[in-house]
Design a protein around this ligand. Structure first.
Ligand code: SRM
Ligand code: SF4
Length: 573
C-alpha cells in the first residue's frame, strides 16, 4: 500500500491535528496511523520501536515494541531546578529512567508507550515546559551560546533564543487541544499560519545564536546562524548572519551533502526578526517540496545561487545587509570544571557520556543530578556538546555541590583518562533510532578504550581532539565538522572522516570508507604518530593533517567549502 506524501499529510492535517486524539484512544495497537506518525513530530514526538527486540518480536508474530521519544523545546537550553525535577519525574514515571541531553541543548526522553503519551505531555506541561515544534517541518529548538562567564551577554543571547523560538511557533492550537484538552473553538483546524502557510516548511529549519570567541553552538551547522558582535563598550552591537548550514547527507549520493553556512552580512538587533522571517519564508516558498532529501535551505541556496537568495531576503526584510563585521572563534567545545563568572557566581561544567543521564551501579547520574536539583538555586544550562552546566552557584554553596558530584560520580567523565574522551560527542543511534545503520552512543566508550593505547604510545593522552560519532550519515552529532569522525555505514562498519577544525568552520574529508574497528585504528595509528612528532606548537590535529597534505580542500567530496574568518566568506567550489 502506498502512503500519502508528507506534503499531503500536512495539508490535510487540519493544522497538525490529524486523527491524533482518536489514535491515542485506540487500545488495539501501540502504534499510531502512518499519517499521525508524521503529524506527531510537529508536537515534539517520534514513534519508534526498540530495535534490539525487533527480530524476536517478529519471530513471535507480535507487533514491534512501539514506543515514543519526546523532545523538549528549550530555546537556549536553560532549565530551572524545578523543571529538572519535573523532567526527572517524567523520566522515572513514564519513560526509560533516563534523560538524554541532545546536541541541540535540550532533553529527549525515550520509551514512552502510547497509552501514557498524553499523561507524559501533561506532566511536561506541569513542569512549565512544552514540546511544540521540537521536531517537524518548522523552526526547531533555537540554540544559544552557553558560555557561563559572560552572564550579561549570555542572558541577552538566551533572550534572543527565546524570542526567536516564540516568534516561529506555529499559530495552530492543535498542541493545546490534543494534549492539554483545550476546548475547540471556531478556528480549530483552520487557523491562519502567518509565517508557515498551510503546508508549513518543506523541511526542518534550524537557528543558532553564537557568542564569539566560542562557537559551542556550531553556528555554521544551522540553516540560519547569528554571530553576536560586541562593540568596544562590551554592548551587543548586532549579529553577523550566516545561511545554509546543515549536516544531513547520504553515503555515496553526491547530491546529498553536508554544508557549512556562509556569512552574508551584518544586522543590528532591531533587524533580527525581519531577516529571520525573510530566510524562513524564502525557504518556505522556494524549498523543494518533491524530494525531502533535497529540501533543506542549503539546497535552495545552492540551486538558486546565494546572490538571488540574499537579494530575496533583503527585499522581504526591507533593508540591505551591512558588510559582515570581524569576529573570531577559538573553539566549539565546552570547558569542564568550575569557572567563576560575573556577580561572584560560579559555574560547573560536567561532561556527560553522550549526554545520557541514567543510573548505573558505578555512576548513579540520574539520582545525583536529582539530588543537586533539590538544593541548587541557580540554573542548569545544557550545552550543544551534550553536557550540563550547573550554573549560578554562590561560592558558599560550591562545597555542597562538589560533595554531591563526588558521591554520585558525576565527574567521572570530567576525569576520563583522555582529553578526546571528555569532549567526544555521539548521537543516540541504536536501539531507538529508526535510521541508525551502526552503533554510536553505545559504541563510543568501547572505541575510546581501544584508542587509548595508541594515544598513550604517542604521548597524546591530554592532547585535545574533536571527535564525533554518528550512527548514520544524517549527522546528528555534527560529525562532518570534527577533526576525527566515524559515520555509521553498517553494523560494525564506519566511514572515517578526518580534518575538520576545532572551531566548527571547516568540514572534514572522507579518509577511509566502510571500515571496521581494526581498520580504523590501523588508519589512525600512523597519522597520530606523525602528528605527535611533526606538529607545530599548539597545532591541532585537523590543521596538521591539512598542512602536511594528508587531507586537502575542498574537504568533503561534494560539499561547498566556506572559510568564514574575520567576517569574510570565501566560497570555493
Ligand atoms: Fe537528528 C533525525 C536524533 C540533532 C540531523 N535525529 C533524527 C531522529 C529523529 C531519527 C528519525 O528521524 O527517526 C533521531 C532520533 C534518535 C533517537 O532515538 O533519539 C535524531 N538529532 C538527534 C539528537 C537527539 C542526537 C543526539 O544524540 O543528541 C539531536 C536532537 C536535537 C534536538 O534537540 O533538536 C539531533 N540531527 C541533529 C543535528 C545537529 C544539530 O541540529 O545541530 C543534525 C545535523 C544538522 C542538520 O539538521 O542538518 C541532525 N536528524 C538529522 C537528520 C538529517 C536531516 C537532513 O536534512 O538531512 C535526520 C533525518 C531526517 O530528518 O530525515 C535526523
Ligand atoms: Fe539516528 Fe543517524 Fe541521527 Fe544517529 S545520526 S541519531 S543514527 S538519524
Amino acid at each position: 500500500m502506498s502512503h500519502p506524501s508528507v506534503e499531503k499529510i500536512k495539508l490535510e492535517s487540519r493544522r497538525l491535528r490529524g486523527t491524533l486524539a482518536e489514535g491515542l484512544l485506540d487500545a488495539t495497537t501501540g502504534s499510531l496511523s502512518f499519517e499521525d506518525q508524521r503529524t506527531i513530530k510537529f508536537h515534539g514526538s517520534y514513534q519508534q520501536d526498540d530495535r534490539d527486540l525487533r527480530d524476536e518480536r517478529r519471530r513471535q508474530k507480535l507487533e514491534p515494541a512501539h514506543q515514543f521519544m519526546i523532545r523538549i523545546r528549550a530555546p537556549g537550553g536553560v532549565f530551572t531546578p524545578q523543571q529538572w525535577l519535573g523532567l526527572d519525574a517524567v523520566a522515572t514515571t513514564f519513560a526509560n529512567h533516563s534523560l538524554r541531553v541532545t546536541t541541540r541543548q535540550t532533553f529527549q526522553i525515550h520509551g514512552v508507550i502510547k497509552r501514557d503519551l498524553k499523561a507524559t505531555m501533561q506532566a511536561i506541561n506541569a513542569a512549565m515546559l512544552d514540546t511544540i515544534s521540537a521536531c517537524g517541518d518548522v523552526n526547531r529548538n533555537v540554540l544559544g551560546a552557553s558560555n557561563p562567564q559572560q552572564s550579561t551577554l549570555h542572558a541577552q543571547v538566551h533572550d534572543w533564543a527565546q524570542r526567536l523560538s516564540a516568534h516561529f511557533k506555529p499559530a495552530t492550537r492543535a498542541y493545546y487541544e490534543v494534549w492539554l484538552d483545550e476546548e475547540k473553538v471556531a478556528e480549530s483546524g483552520v487557523e491562519v499560519e502567518p509565517i508557515y502557510g498551510e503546508a508549513y516548511l518543506p523541511r526542518k529549519f534550524k537557528i543558532a545564536v553564537a557568542v564569539p570567541p566560542y562557537n559551542d553552538v556550531d553556528v555554521f551547522a544551522n540553516d540560519l546562524g547569528l554571530i553576536a558582535i560586541v562593540d568596544a563598550a562590551g554592548e551587543l552591537a548586532g549579529f553577523n548572519v550566516a545561511i545554509g548550514g546543515s549536516m544531513g547527507s547520504s553515503h555515496g549520493i553526491p547530491t546529498h551533502y553536508p554544508r557549512v553556512g556562509n556569512v552574508i552580512g551584518f544586522i543590528t538587533p532591531d533587524q533580527v526578526f525581519a531577516i529571520a522571517e525573510a530566510a524562513v519564508t524564502v525557504q518556505r516558498d522556494l524549498g523543494d517540496r518533491e524530494d525531502r532529501k533535497h529540501a533543506r535551505f542549503k539546497y535552495t541556496i545552492d540551486d538558486h545561487g546565494s546572490e538571488k537568495i540574499v537579494a530575496m531576503m533583503q527585499e522581504r526584510a526591507g533593508f540591505t545587509l551591512a558588510p559582515a563585521r570581524p569576529y573570531h572563534f577559538e573553539h566549539n567545545g565546552d570547558r569542564f570544571g568550575w569557572v567563576e563568572g560575573e556577580d561572584d557566581l560560579w559555574h560547573l561544567t560536567l561532561s556527560l557520556p553522550s549526554g545520557r543521564i541514567a543510573d548505573t551501579e558505578a555512576r548513579p547520574l540520574l539520582t545525583g543530578m536529582r539530588e543537586i536539583a533539590k538544593v541548587h538555586r541557580g540554573q542548569f544550562r545544557m550545552t550543544c556538546n551534550q553536557n550540563v552546566i550547573i550554573a549560578g552557584v554562590p561560592a558558599s554553596e560550591r562545597a555542597r555541590i562538589d560533595a554531591l558530584v563526588t558521591e554520585h560520580a558525576l565527574d567521572a567523565e570530567n576525569k576520563a583518562p583522555t582529553a578526546i574522551a571528555r569532549a567526544a560527542v555521539s548521537c543516540v543511534a541504536l536501539p531507538t533510532c529508526a535510521l541508525a545503520m551502526a552503533e554510536s552512543e553505545r559504541y563510543l566508550p568501547g572505541f575510546l578504550k581501544v584508542l587509548e593505547p595508541i594515544l598513550d604510545k604517542y604521548g597524546l593522552r591530554e592532547t585535545p581532539f574533536l571527535f564525533r560519532m554518528s550512527g548514520c550519515p544524517n549527522g546528528c552529532s555534527r560529525p562532518y565538522l570534527a577533526e576525527i569522525a566515524l559515520v555509521g555505514r553498517a553494523p560494525g562498519r564506519y566511514a572515517l572522516l578526518l580534518g575538520g577544525d576545532h572551531r566548527g568552520m571547516r568540514m572534514n574529508t572522507l579518509y577511509r570508507d566502510n571500515v571496521n574497528e581494526a581498520q580504523i585504528l590501523e588508519a589512525l595509528d600512523p597519522l597520530l604518530g606523525r602528528y605527535a612528532s611533526e606538529r607545530q606548537a599548539d597545532e591541532r590535529f585537523g590543521d596538521f593533517l591539512h598542512r602536511v597534505g594528508v587531507v586537502q580542500l575542498p574537504s568533503y567530496p561534494t560539499h561547498t567549502h566556506v572559510e568564514a574568518a574575520e567576517g569574510t566568506a570565501v566560497r570555493k567550489p
